[in-house]
Design a protein around this ligand. Structure first.
Ligand SMILES: [Zn+2]
Length: 116
């Protein structure tokens, strides 16, 4: 059975690594695809469809609950399969929002961290 893994990463760390990875920084790319997940054994379950993910090529990240004072905003990050990564953005977001509401009652998309 593939395992659904959702990690918590501070938002500032994640956005910095994403920015570097998008510029072609190999270490940042490796961190996102490999280092983050090295404590877990693939296959992972795709966050959206439960499909098997053997190698993390795409991830989904969402802001976690609002942080308390002086705590950093955390992001939840989970693997996505190639098929779901290829979904049209609106379809993907509809599924994500539906799932998140099931997982975390009261959750809704908002705040400065949304969409980054
Ligand atoms: Zn999927």
């Amino acid at each position: 059975m593939p395992e659904l893994v959702i990690l918590n990463v501070p938002q500032d760390v994640l956005s910095r690594m994403r920015r570097l990875a998008n510029k072609g920084d190999e270490e940042a790319q490796r961190w996102l695809k490999v280092e983050l997940w090295k404590d877990y054994t693939p296959p992972f379950a795709c966050f959206l469809c439960d499909g098997e993910v053997h190698e993390v090529n795409a991830t989904l990240s969402l802001p976690d609950k609002k942080p308390r004072k002086r705590e950093k905003q955390q992001m939840m990050i989970a693997p996505l399969c190639d098929a779901c990564d290829g979904l049209p953005m609106l379809v993907r977001w509809n599924r994500i929002i539906k799932l998140m509401k099931a997982i975390r009652p009261g959750w809704h998309p908002r705040g400065a961290a949304w969409g980054r």
